[in-house]
Design a protein around this ligand. Structure first.
Ligand SMILES: [Zn+2]
Length: 323
């Protein structure tokens, strides 16, 4: 949980360590970025560094009594709020508010981390706003959220914003090879499909995922517009598998991207274990046709994210990518 162990977030970490060096600590911060890229870990690392009894440069030592309490989740000045069910409710914020009336118990700083702040309902948001308007001394409030537009603009404007970017997939793949012992090909494709979210990647069962991915790519490679029944069956099966629909579309996108890449820079192909099939498909199609197909997959992703009917959307997409 030290700054050094956070992967692929050099810019936010540099910003925070410089802030600690200058001892200019904003009373409220907002960490934005997709899930699983280290926002919450960094928030805890920052809290640990602020209260560490023997910091190494500006990073927490990880060993002193204060650090040990942060690691075990028992530090009384480190308050974490997260959604209960779908929302962060007013009562949760009120409980924080009560604690903030008193000075920090042990540390120099009290750190309030509000995870997934976009889950605050309006009442909870207004209660946080009240706290941000009159920030208590010695308190740092860190909100994490996917994007600033998910929060009230009045909250955003009171926070120092720190943007976290998706981790480059090569870095995620490296961690998967080292930590999970996955082979390079599986690690790379898994990292690409989880879009640089290390947290999501580590939560996936590598073996099950490989079976799913291989099956999906084999189908997309073998389907043909000349035999329409299997195409509809494929679209129907994808639409029914709601939890994996977005992942499946991402995977289909990497397929057409690879077939296109094969023409321009084959070294960038992601699904290298499907090289022969990718080369076959690439030979049969023009760059323009392939660009249209990538566009069709993208259109389907957009439509589904806007709650259009999945089966109909997928059928239309399949007609366009197979023609
Ligand atoms: Zn320490």
């Amino acid at each position: 949980m030290r700054f050094e162990s956070i992967i692929g977030q050099e810019r936010p970490i540099r910003f925070l360590t410089q802030m600690l060096q200058k001892r200019i600590i904003p009373h409220a911060m907002l960490f934005t970025g997709v899930d699983g890229i280290g926002k919450q870990t960094t928030a805890r690392a920052l809290g640990m560094a602020l209260n560490c009894l023997s910091p190494v440069a500006v990073s927490a030592c990880g060993e002193c009594p204060s650090c040990q309490k942060v690691i075990s989740g028992a530090h009384p000045d480190m308050i974490t709020v997260k959604p209960e069910g779908a929302f962060i409710k007013i009562d949760q914020v009120r409980a924080v508010s009560r604690q903030l009336r008193f000075a920090p118990l042990e540390g120099n700083w009290r750190i309030v981390i509000i995870n997934d702040a976009q889950a605050m309902n309006l009442e909870a948001s207004n209660a946080i706003l009240n706290i941000l308007e009159e920030p208590p001394k010695g308190t740092v409030i860190i909100l994490t959220a996917t994007q600033t537009t998910d929060l009230l603009p009045t909250i955003v404007s009171r926070c120092q914003r720190v943007a976290f970017r998706p981790i480059p997939y090569e870095k995620v793949a490296k961690v998967l090879v080292e930590l999970r012992g996955l082979d390079r090909q599986t690690a790379t494709t898994l990292a690409v499909s989880t879009k640089g979210s290390l947290g999501k990647t580590l939560s996936v069962d590598g073996e099950k995922w490989t079976v799913w991915r291989t099956g999906l790519l084999e189908q997309i490679a073998s389907l043909s517009i000349r035999s329409i029944q299997p195409v509809f069956a494929f679209a129907d099966a994808l639409a029914r598998d709601k939890n994996r629909l977005a992942d499946a579309l991402d995977m289909i996108m990497t397929w057409f991207r690879d077939v296109l890449m094969c023409k321009v820079s084959p070294e960038k192909i992601i699904n290298k274990d499907f090289m022969t099939k990718i080369q076959d498909a690439s030979r049969r199609q023009s760059v323009n046709k392939l660009l249209e197909k990538v566009g069709a997959v993208y259109a389907a992703q957009t439509a589904i994210s806007r709650n259009s009917n999945p089966r109909l959307t997928l059928e239309v997409m399949m007609m366009r990518v197979l023609k």
